[in-house]
Ligand binder design. Structure first.
Ligand code: FAD
Length: 253
């Protein structure tokens, strides 16, 4: 949709260009930003001209740039996590055209419970790299960066630079459910190693111990409530999926 309040658009080519002026907001793929009115936003700062490599590898780790699109991320060398990366991308239920624009960083920064790039990176022990306005950098687990629907730990003027994930030794186990076959995710449960990560059914990512999923499930205090499922149903279906995932991880061990 048009954003009639926006009167300026700047391309960020260097880090210095990231200093926000009053009323400015960062834009990456713009697939959410242009999908609804943005009251108070008068200018946009485009992150994509920064020219970050979509992904880079270091031994045992994969760095996904914030501006990496979902489509580009699918081409990254995920190793044993290749299938789960695809399953998460497909959970976004967007066409290939949107996948070619929507970025991994935009998905994390939006912090929607059904943010499948959050599901993927949180389940792989992801750590965000955040550029701070003073020229510094800070790191934080994805599981604490995403605090709740639409809420992250980003302070004004901070930019998500990348997310680093650990490549698992064995393929993670993925389960997902939604109210309709082509509906938005109501619960996404991913087991990797000794951890099970719950998203979509919870307001923020929750990690529980795969050795004792019932104890972890009993402690969850943030079952999500929206048109894609009431909290009691989400808790019940997530428990079933988490037990399945734990059993499958146990059989593979
Ligand atoms: C058909 C369709 C289906 C969708 N399905 C889903 C879904 O199932 N789940 C879901 O979570 N979303 C969904 N979305 C919403 C959205 O497309 C995705 O979340 C997408 O990944 C957002 O990325 P983007 O690059 O387009 O973000 P943008 O729209 O460009 O930005 C989103 C927000 O993040 C901020 N931002 C972006 N990048 C950075 C950065 N590097 N540092 C700091 N702030 C930043 C922006 O300022 C803005 O506030 C869907 C959208 C469409 C059109």
């Amino acid at each position: 949709m048009d954003l009639p309040g926006v009167t300026s658009f700047r391309a960020a080519r260097h880090r210095d260009d990231l200093a926000l002026r009053p009323g400015e907001r960062y834009v990456a793929g713009g697939t959410w930003l242009f999908s609804q009115p943005q009251p108070g936003v008068t200018g946009l700062v485009d992150l994509t001209p920064l020219g970050w490599m979509p992904w880079e590898t270091v031994p045992g780790r994969l760095r996904i740039a914030a501006t990496c699109t979902v489509a580009e991320a699918l081409a990254a060398p995920w190793g044993a996590a290749t299938a789960v990366a695809r399953q998460c991308a497909e959970s976004l239920l967007m066409s290939f055209k949107i996948q070619g624009l929507a970025t991994v960083g935009g998905n994390l920064c939006l912090a929607l419970p059904a943010g499948a790039m959050t599901s993927l990176t949180a389940s792989l022990g992801g750590e965000v790299v955040v550029w701070t306005p003073d020229g510094g950098e800070r790191r934080e687990p994805v599981t604490s960066f995403v605090r709740g629907p639409g809420e992250t730990s980003l302070a004004p003027g901070e930019v998500l630079r990348a997310v680093d994930v650990r490549l698992p030794a064995a393929p993670p186990v993925f389960r997902r459910t939604s109210l309709a076959p082509l509906g938005r995710s109501s619960a996404v449960v991913i087991g990797a190693g000794d951890r099970i990560t719950l998203t979509a059914s919870t307001a923020r990512p929750v990690v529980i111990d795969a050795a004792d999923p019932d104890a972890g499930l009993a402690a969850v205090d943030c079952w999500y409530d929206d048109p894609h499922g009431p909290p009691d149903w989400r808790a019940a279906v997530t428990a079933r999926l988490a037990r399945e995932v734990a059993a499958e991880l146990g059989r593979a061990a």
